[in-house]
Design a protein. Sequence first.
Length: 345
Amino acid sequence: MYKIFIRPLLFLFDPEAVHYFSFSVIKYLSKLGFGSITRRIYTLEDPALEREVFGLKFKNPVGLAAGFDKNALLYNELSDFGFGFIEIGTLTPKPQDGNPKKRLFRLKKDQAIINRMGFNNAGVAIAVKALKKQHKVLIGGNIGKNKVTPNDQATEDYIICTQALWPHVDYFVVNVSSPNTPGLRELQEKEPLTALLKALKVENALLANKYAQKPKPFLLKIAPDLTEDQLLDIIAIIHETQIDGVIATNTTIGREGLVSEKSLLKEAGGLSGAPLRKRSTEVIRFLSQKSGNAFPIIGVGGIHSPEDALEKLEAGATLVQLWTGFVYEGPALVKQINKAILAKR
């Protein structure tokens, strides 16, 4: 029904406007009591789907990637679609509008999206207010720096977000890999990244002591455009800093093999969707093999079918996330993936 009736209608309109419209509809229907119907249709619960990863118990291994619910406004309602975890953000200390519109583009022939949103969000304080509701699902907090913050002061931005979110999220994701904030990807280089992660490790320990809890898991989200040498550096950095895992991968600046209109291919920004599937899986496999499965990997990028998800799990991912595939294939994809995982036991 989604692909036959709903998606063609939604795809007639501007993608960013459709995103906010869809949020309003989901919120409204949930208030009318449709959440229980949604759960009945889309949720699959089975003990065999549960995963224990970096000290957290996931009810299933399929999550929603950051960027969909930036300000933590809809995480409980989105969990009704069967997700095992929801990642909010990317959040920054101060609110920011992001890049000028138009900044979100559908490449329908490629089943892809180009975005140059630029960490548009209402600021971490707004997300904290929203997160004070009871959570029905595990929540990850994806954190970044404000565009106006120079790289040599970026650590402070990440610490501010960590301090604000710490009591309200289950794990953190350090985003230094978005291509849409000028200079951000420079923080992926070995020296600044090691320093940033070590500082966050210290802050995490301090906050754990303050709240009399265990430290929260910290993950690093990396770009798919890293070379093999850079990926080896990532493995070394994780070993040195002892962070808990990696999310592979963010969007790509590459445009190879696309067949959509040339006018769309010229748009700047990060590419997500089906064309990213192969490269993100290659990165997962490389990290898994070269590290000797030393840390958990959340696989994301180009998952449009159960087979795509299984491919990433077989390459070494422990969990997977959806974003563009959720838009193109609809909410039934979550349950389909979980069914396929059960069938592979």
